[in-house]
Write a protein that binds this ligand. Structure first.
Ligand code: IMP
Length: 452
């Protein structure tokens, strides 16, 4: 290790107890994996791929609106709340404070992984906010109220629970362990949401406060052994040189600040949120991998300039099994949109891209890639903030030649063995978004992955 003065900028540091401030340089052991599109890019597979080398795998935002699929040795695991690293068995899975936890869904998911023969090494932040039944009810009446401005929520109560957090009206995981505090907060939270649902939005909410109280105290008891201060745990783990993998949920266009608002989710999906969503400083993150699918899919509502319809869309949807993991909804599909990926590179500070599902494009004669939008006669290369602009955006495409079927066991043959047109497709993306593609995924299974 090299010791130097603070002037030096490094990704990982330690404070030394001495009369001046010093830093110790060592390789950062923290990697982040985030979505570079609309979610469902294959983050679960990429997380699982790296999980074997990680001591901790951490979710830092979102809730059970996410759906992460991991396939190992032909066995499929569908996860919503527990990090995908759980499938590996060895790393500790952490649900950090920025996540919103539906305790019933978590208890069911713990049972699901145990059923699959996994012993869950799990930690849940005491500061994570809790999704209550009235959040789920409010989610649905709110979507009705928003009508064509509704994002097509997964109905898991995500927007209302994050709103309650910001109202400072929320219930945190730690509260489930303290019955008196829980009761005090529940009285306020319950009446607030019930009034919103019934008086402001004309819905109904019939679950009694007493039954919610009983259920949630029981959930707290069941989860108590997992609950701790995960920020302190991660700080100490990092200090002692352990490796940490952050698993993002959703994708950049669903980020509540940088996405296509209001057609977003209600958390920050960008890597920057790791700092507040897990209590780990962004200065410590060494590698930030953006996962992008080789084409585009979107579940939910919003303008979508590169969306395609008809036979070609059906072919892509069926070949890619593009149906929501959480809701089963058919996903809208389209061509790769580099305006979106360019933003993902910039906002997340991506150090590399993992490009997934390239095999799904096998057999397409030409592959259009969107490099900019035309908005009222002007060429736009960055994501517009204006909903009006986004609604009128027309994709400007470059078309590249496609490739036929890939040889069997291509993943054993390495990057150079890929068809030339596929390598050209990849290199075109790298040049346009100014970020290297270092991981290429050509199948759903862990081993169907090529590193460069
Ligand atoms: P919410 O997060 O359930 O409120 O949904 C808001 C928007 O985000 C909707 O358009 C959802 O379809 C979308 N969304 C939320 N989670 C995911 C995900 O994991 N993958 C893809 N889309 C998602």
């Amino acid at each position: 290790m090299i010791r130097i003065c603070i002037i030096c900028i490094c990704s990982t540091y330690q404070r030394q107890a001495s009369n001046h401030f010093q830093v110790t340089l060592y390789q950062s052991n923290i990697t982040a994996i985030v979505g570079a599109q609309w979610g469902d890019e294959g983050k679960g597979k990429i997380t699982d791929f790296f999980a074997g080398n990680s001591d901790y795998v951490v979710r830092f935002h979102g809730g059970n609106n996410a759906g992460h699929t991991v396939i190992v040795d032909g066995e499929t695991y569908k996860l919503h709340l527990i990090p995908s690293g759980i499938v590996y068995g060895s790393p500790v899975s952490v649900i950090a404070n920025g996540v919103v936890v539906d305790p019933k869904a978590l208890i069911d998911e713990i049972a699901y992984v145990i059923n699959k023969g996994i012993n869950p090494k799990l930690m849940v932040s005491d500061r994570a906010h809790v999704i209550m039944p009235y959040h789920i009810a409010l989610d649905s009446v709110l979507s009705g109220h928003q009508a064509n401005l509704a994002a097509g929520s997964t109905g898991r109560g995500i927007a209302p629970v994050y709103a309650d957090k910001m109202f400072r009206n929320g219930i945190r995981v730690v509260d489930l362990l303290e019955p008196n505090i829980f009761k005090e907060k529940l009285i306020k939270g319950y009446s607030f949401s019930k009034n919103l649902i019934e008086k402001a939005l004309g819905g109904t909410f019939d679950i009694s406060m007493d039954s919610i109280y009983d259920d949630y105290i029981e959930y707290g008891n069941k989860l108590s052994s997992y609950i701790c201060d995960t920020a302190v745990e991660l700080f100490n783990a990092h200090k002692s040189g352990k490796s940490i993998l952050f698993e993002g949920a959703q994708g950049i266009s669903l980020d509540v600040d940088h996405g296509i608002y209001p057609y977003t989710t209600s958390s920050n999906t960008a890597a920057g949120h790791i700092s507040t969503g897990a209590g780990v400083s962004f200065r410590d993150i060494g590698k930030i991998i953006g996962v992008a699918k080789a084409y585009l899919s979107r579940v939910g509502e919003s303008p979508l300039p590169t969306e395609i319809h008809g036979d070609e869309a059906n072919e892509l949807r069926e070949k890619g099994a593009e149906y929501g993991t959480t809701t089963g909804r058919p996903r809208r599909v389209g061509w790769l949109d580099l305006v979106q990926v360019r933003q993902a590179v910039r906002v997340n500070g991506l150090t590399e891209i993992a490009l997934t599902k390239l095999d799904i494009l096998n057999g397409f004669k030409t592959l259009p890639i969107c490099i900019a939008y035309e908005v009222e006669g002007k060429q736009v290369k960055e994501m517009p903030a204006s909903l009006h602009d986004y609604r009128c955006a027309k994709p400007i495409y470059t078309s590249l030649p496609g490739w036929e079927d890939l040889p069997n066991n291509i993943w054993d043959m390495g990057f150079d063995a890929l068809p030339k047109t596929m390598k050209d497709y990849i290199s075109y993306i790298e040049t346009e978004v100014e970020c290297p593609v270092k991981i290429v995924s050509v199948g759903p299974q862990r081993h169907e992955t090529i590193l460069r």
